[in-house]
Design a protein around this ligand. Sequence first.
Ligand code: RUQ
Ligand code: CUA
Ligand code: CA
Length: 608
Amino acid sequence: MKNLIQTAIVASVAGILAGCYSDSSSKTEKNEAQSVSDAQRVYVAPGKLDDYYAILSGGQSGSVFVYGIPSCRFIKEVPIFEPRANLGYANNSGSDTYKRLHDTGPMWGDTHHPVLSQTDGRYDGRWLWINDKANGRVAKIDLHTFETAAIAHVPNIQGAHGIAAYLPSCKYVYVNGELEHDLEGGSTDPSRYHSVIAFLDSGTLETKFEVMLTGNADIASSGKDGRYVFSTMYNSENAITSEGMIERDRDAVAAIDVPLAEKALADGKFSRIKNIPVIKPEDVPGVLTLIPVPKNPHGCNVTPDGKYVLASGKLSPTVSIIDAHTLKVVAEPEVGLGPLHTTFDNRGNAYTSLFIDSQIVKWNIDKAVKGDPTYIVDRVDVHYNPGHTKAAGADSSDPSGDWLLSLNKMSKGMYLPVGPAMPESQELIDISGDKMHVVAAFPSMPEPHDAVFISRTVLADKVAQTYDPQPAAIKLGEEKIVRNGTKVDVYMTCIRSKFVPEQFEAHPGDQVTVHISNAETVRNMTHGFALADHGINIAVDPGQTQVVTFTAGAQGTYWYYCTWFCSALHLEMRGRMLVKAPNETLSDSINPPTQAKAPGTTGPASYE
Ligand code: RUQ
Ligand code: CUA
Ligand code: CA
């Protein structure tokens, strides 16, 4: 009885509440309906593919992350400036990837700005270039394999920050020196400080020439017609303290006339610093134009049609619109507080991240240029403090106008608390309509800094099934062991589910080099080669050959085994390195007369 009364009271209270708040319940229903439709927009069923590959710079992770858009699913991390044991990348001091990283600088780097190659103003799915801000390096990723294909150190640069491809040809990638120093003499006298913008051959990554600046160069974007490339400069003061760097009300956008720089090179109008031709603007009038803009500008973005370059004010609530041909500022619309980066759709709109306002603001470029006060189209809140923002295709001449990513610096209460430090956060925004709409958020490791995204259809036929066999590939049946004093080279193959040879021999302290080719001919059949107690693990993808050198340990048996779960016989895919006493003679036979089983035993019990 008591229960019944209680139930009746609860029911009537609920009824009163429902009556009182009928407005809010319809609002709740509306919100729920919206959530359902948002969820549908980003839902990609298991086994179905996303429309876009989003490539996010890993920042301090030293890598890039590949996410599927719109599902926001994490697909892959491509290590670049960092060792990565599970991918066999640069984690063994005797591997080729380790040597390449080690020979160009430290084993860690800071990736900021991923740049896709283009042909005729469209992403062509061939290359991705990215900078290492910390150590003056640039890397090239081959999108055929999603692997780092080259890394180069750029001389004379510190804080290699902004990077862009020179358009439309992509003949060069150029990278900006953000941190001033004395390039010539290593003096610590600030009056000798300069920085450079370095132009690299986009294929070989060789530094072809540099242009010297007083002050710094920060973010980069290329004009579309082969004439000017642009960089923001926030320290035109050439100051050495943060107060000094915000003294002036205006800093600059630097425009470099590339054909004129090439002519100066041909005419010998340069000095050599660390063997790189460096053009000093005072020797080549017109090679560098400084366009004054307010204040400590940050993002630098050329519009898809190549007409304008936009520089965000950062410390000014404005974006400066500069004619990319006459280099004149044509408008300076106010957009909100802390504007950083701008991206584009295919309908003439710009989308600017507002760090302080925690918003993305959508505004119409033509209206702003014409002084039409209705240029602001929409604003949307993001969570929280966006740095970069990027829409699909926005760095090409052919943006898609459907999706935009906001790369947020803070996630605050967005995810389960995991300690005082929280993950980085991205939000996916539907920009296909007049109003922007945040449809999904996803966390990631620190720190996606910038992103580019490319349609699946562009990469569909380009991503390799297997590696093209390298000249050094070992063919099945041609495995061998070659000994030369204390050096032994093992030429090994692997295929489901066996290494050949399944054993090789060494003396303690011998220098062993294993060359291992994966003979699989289908995608996804990666094998690994891990060697017990030697700190060795490499991943060998289908068709690939990897090389690793190490010192054989103390006398004994050391098994090597496959680290990628490749078949039902994955665990059985293993072999032995036999380290024998120094006075014992070693066998170099590929098929030594070994028994399949140890003699005189059938293991703990016989079931035969
Ligand atoms: S900078 S948050 Cu390295 Cu890309 Cu602007
Ligand atoms: Cu090969 Cu597991
Ligand atoms: Ca300044």
